[in-house]
Structure formats: structure tokens, C-alpha cells
Design a protein around this ligand. Structure first.
Ligand code: NAD
Length: 480
């Protein structure tokens, strides 16, 4: 057990530049998913707290929206520095509250801090005023933004939304996942440390049905930037329509990973395991459907077994761990249900299965699981599982592979492995997905990120992300 994080009480929300006692009084336990121990408590805010935060952000918008690019750039830099100065604390919080390994914690902190520099660069590169024909077009900040974020990428999701809002000249109210309070509290302290004007960034802990619902319907919220599940997004989208809020929805996926016959299978198959089991399988972009040529299935199965055997499941503080616990008991049970469904619907279980891995009976650990002979109508081929469960499907031709990859209601990502980059490019052009990874998974945070179809609406990242927080205003002048 890691002893760096002590039992902690989070009993303040961050509103108008101050940590204040919330109106809400309900307490929620913070549980370490590796040990099932209670490691803290958070006092949940309610609708009154959400309204107080929105009021503060609305007031702050009056002056913040008039700040210069230079002033905003300095604030973004200060937040970047503040986050890096708390890297160790964030890392511990990630491990204790989420089960992330130290390496994953460092990666998340780096991404969060970088978001502020990248938002600064996008803001500096963006032409806020353009001339189109006789018109002058000015891009104005939308107003008060509501950020609603999930537990699987807490820090980076808060960071990218806050960074983009600030770069655009908007103010923001954040409702992070109720399962991520330790990390969120540290970020709140970083925003405070950075000396932002009061009310520019506000953070309210709370449930989706209270704080989230208020943010989704309150007329003073101009836009909701939401990352989470499709089902929650639909509830939010419905609520937002009454006041015509703008929405950016970053949702789930069931991404296909196509291994072409000419790929180097000894590299592509271990990569397929990593791209599905990264973040313990709790990844929106997980390559959870592996599409392989039918005549190579036996070879794929052997390589998969080796790759999974080389993937360590264990406590996040142990050296070499790649797969830690799932976030909570609900998530554990959900993934168990999917593994059971795979078995019952007749898929071929080649590794893993139901229950805990040996020696990890306490904590929300699941066995990394791979099914072969999965058909497209099976539950495990259609639904987002959000755990380390990989489904192998086979194709007879490349045309069929493309058709299978696109045969999903989602469209977040897709992966292609091939030694022929031209062919991989042709396949990429036929895939209906927001991001395509060819041969390896790399990150370009300045490029647009988001989904086709039910994987979302709008984009985050760089100038595309910035534009979502701005409204163009056309000014046409005639002589009097
Ligand atoms: P979730 O939809 O259950 O919750 C997300 C957030 O919405 C939480 O803060 C929650 O409290 C809030 N919420 C719940 N009900 C609400 C309501 N009625 N009104 C307003 N807010 C409400 O998702 P989760 O389980 O926290 O996260 C996992 C999901 O997020 C997966 O589907 C995953 O694919 C997706 N995700 C997508 C991306 C992306 O960038 N596309 C990134 C990370 C996660």
C-alpha cells in the first residue's frame, strides 16, 4: 500500500476565487480501487453551488472577455507552471484514487500542463479578426462555459477545457467526475496559485443529476463542453436545447484495429494489445475490435497469448505494472457482465475470463481477456466495454475489413497496421472515424480530436478546439 496519500476531506468548492463551504452536505467516500479502502471523503455540492459558480463566472466574464492576448498568455503560462510544480501530488492522487501507475500519472500531468501552452500557441496563431469581402468578422468569446468531465482522463480533460476557455476569453465552471475529487482539488489549487481574476475558473464537486443537470439547463451557460458516455451526452443535449446552448460532446468508441496481411504481425499484435489495454482498457479510443485476415487467425492467437502474458496486471505502485484496477465496483461488475456475455454468445475465449486475476482478489482487478471468433452481431463486438477486453474478428478481403470497421454506431478512432503506407492511407480515407493511427499510436494535441457519428459533436485541440469557444460576428459598414 502506498503511504504517500493520507485520508483526506475535501469539503470546499472553488467559487469566485475562494475555497468556500458548499451548500450541499452529502458526503461521498473516496475509495482506493487497488485496495477498496476508504481514503477520503468529498462533500458534494448541489444546484445552489452550481448557480453560485455560474453567477461568479458570469460576473467575471464582463472583464475577462476584454483581456488582451498577452494578458491571457501570461495566465496560461502561470497555470502550466503551477501544474508542473504539483506533479508529484497529482501523480499520487492518480494512483490512490484511480489506480494509475506512476508512469501513467506522469504522462497525464505532462499532457495537462502542456494543454495550457498549446492553448496559448493556438490563441496567438488565431486571427480573431478577419476580412471577408466587405465584411469584418470578429470572433468573440461565447460566455460562460460548463465543463463536465469523466473519471478516466480527469486531469487532461479538465485541463484542455479550462485552457481553451481561457484562451478564448471565456470563463468556466467545472464539474469533474465525482470519482476524481483528489485530482480535481489539486488542479483547483493550481488555478488558485496561478492568480487568475476571481470567478474566471470555478470548480464544484457534485453528481451529474444535481450539479451537472443545473449546468445543462441554466440559461447563463453559453456552451457545454462534455466528455463522457453517449447516454449521458444525450441527456445533456436534450436539456441544452431549450436555451440553444452550444455543445461540444467528446464521447465513447468501439474503435477497429485493422491488421493488413502485409503488416509485421510480431509488432502489430503486441501494439494491438497495448492500444486496447492501455489505461486498464478504460480508454475512449481503445482499439477494442481487432480485425485480422481470416487465414492468419491461428498465428494471431499465438501472438496475442504471448503479448498478454507479457502484460503485467498488478498494483499500480509495483514496477512494470501495465494494467491496474478498474475505477470502482460498478465498473468491475460491468466488465464482468461483458465477459460473461462473450462466453454465453459463443465467442472463443482464448485468454482471461471472469473473476479476479490470481493474487489480486481484493481491488477492482479484472483479467485481461481476449475473445476470438467474435461476430459482428455479438454484444462484445458492438458495445463499448471500457475494460481490458479485446475481440478478434476476421475478414476475407480488405473491402470487407473496411466495411466491418465502419459497421458501428461509433466513429472515434481507428488503427491500421501495414508495411505499405500508400495502401494504409487509402484504407484510412475510407474509415469513418475522427482519428486514424497508422502503425503506431502517437499524440498530436494541436490537431483536432473528436468523433464522427455517435462518438460526438465538435472537436477539441488547437485552433479547431479554440473555434468551438468563439462566436463569429459579422460587421458590415455602409457610409451614412
Ligand atoms: P459518464 O457519462 O457516466 O459521466 C461523465 C460526466 O457526466 C461525469 O462528471 C458525471 O457526473 C456527469 N453526468 C452524469 N449524469 C449526468 C447528467 N444527467 N447531467 C449532467 N452530467 C452528468 O462517463 P464516465 O463513466 O465518467 O466516463 C467514461 C465515458 O467517457 C466513456 O464512454 C468514454 O468513452 C468517454 N470518454 C470520451 C473521451 C473522448 O475524448 N471522446 C475521453 C474520455 C472518456
Amino acid at each position: 500500500m502506498n503511504e504517500n496519500v493520507k485520508i483526506k476531506l475535501i469539503d470546499k468548492v472553488y467559487i469566485n476565487g475562494e475555497f468556500v463551504k458548499p451548500d450541499g452536505t452529502e458526503r461521498m467516500n473516496i475509495i482506493n480501487p487497488s485496495t477498496e479502502e476508504i481514503i477520503g471523503q468529498v462533500v458534494l455540492g448541489n444546484e445552489v453551488d452550481a448557480r453560485n459558480a455560474i453567477r461568479a463566472a458570469k460576473e467575471a466574464f464582463k472583464s475577462y472577455s476584454k483581456t488582451s492576448i498577452t494578458e491571457r498568455g501570461k495566465m496560461l503560462e502561470r497555470i502550466h507552471d503551477a501544474i508542473l510544480s504539483r506533479a508529484t501530488d497529482l501523480n499520487h492522487a492518480c494512483m490512490e484514487e484511480y489506480g494509475a501507475t506512476s508512469k501513467a500519472g506522469d504522462f497525464r500531468t505532462g499532457i495537462s500542463a502542456d494543454s495550457f501552452i498549446l492553448a496559448k500557441e493556438a490563441m496567438e496563431a488565431f486571427k480573431f479578426t478577419k476580412h471577408i469581402g466587405k465584411a469584418k468578422v470578429v470572433h468573440e468569446p461565447l460566455g460562460v462555459i460548463a465543463a463536465i468531465t469523466p473519471w478516466n482522463a480527469n486531469n487532461s480533460q479538465i485541463a484542455i477545457k479550462v485552457a481553451t476557455a481561457l484562451a478564448a476569453g471565456c470563463t468556466i465552471v467545472v464539474k469533474a467526475s465525482e470519482f476524481s475529487s483528489l485530482q480535481t482539488q489539486i488542479l483547483a489549487e493550481c488555478f488558485h496559485e496561478a492568480g487568475l481574476p476571481a470567478g474566471v475558473v470555478n470548480i464544484v464537486y457534485g453528481l451529474g443529476t444535481t450539479v451537472g443537470a443545473e449546468l445543462s439547463s441554466n440559461p447563463d451557460i453559453a456552451m457545454i463542453s462534455f466528455t463522457g458516455s453517449v447516454n449521458t451526452a444525450k441527456v445533456i443535449y436534450h436539456k441544452a436545447v431549450d436555451t440553444m446552448k452550444r455543445v461540444v460532446l467528446e464521447l465513447g468508441g468501439k474503435s477497429a484495429n485493422i491488421i493488413l496481411n502485409d503488416a509485421d504481425f510480431t509488432k502489430a499484435i503486441p501494439r494491438a494489445v497495448t492500444s486496447c489495454f492501455g489505461n486498464h482498457g478504460q480508454m475512449c479510443i481503445a482499439g477494442s475490435r481487432l480485425l485480422v485476415p481470416e487465414h492468419r487467425l491461428d498465428e494471431v492467437k499465438e501472438l496475442i497469448k504471448q503479448a498478454v502474458a507479457n502484460t503485467k496486471v498488478g498494483y499500480p505502485w509495483e514496477k512494470g505494472t501495465f494494467i491496474g484496477p478498474l475505477i470502482n465496483d460498478n465498473q468491475y461488475k460491468r466488465v464482468q457482465r461483458y465477459i460473461k456475455a462473450g462466453i454465453e454468445e459463443g465467442a472463443d475465449l482464448i485468454i482471461g475470463g471472469e473473476g479476479h486475476p490470481k493474487g489480486l482478489e481484493k481491488g477492482y482487478f479484472v483479467k485481461p481477456t481476449v475473445f476470438a471468433n467474435v461476430t459482428k452481431d455479438m454484444t462484445i463486438a458492438k458495445e463499448e466495454i471500457f475494460g481490458p477486453v479485446l475481440s478478434i474478428l476476421t475478414y476475407k478481403s480488405e473491402e470487407e475489413a473496411v466495411e466491418m470497421a465502419n459497421d458501428t454506431e461509433y466513429g472515434l478512432g481507428a488503427y491500421i497496421s501495414s508495411s505499405n503506407l500508400e495502401k494504409a492511407g487509402q484504407i484510412a480515407s475510407q474509415l469513418v472515424a475522427g482519428t486514424i493511427y497508422i502503425n503506431d499510436v502517437t499524440l498530436e494535441m494541436s490537431a483536432p480530436y473528436g468523433g464522427f457519428k455517435q462518438s460526438g459533436i465538435g472537436r477539441e485541440g488547437g485552433i479547431y478546439g479554440l473555434e468551438e469557444y468563439l462566436e463569429p460576428k459579422t460587421i458590415l459598414v455602409s457610409t451614412p
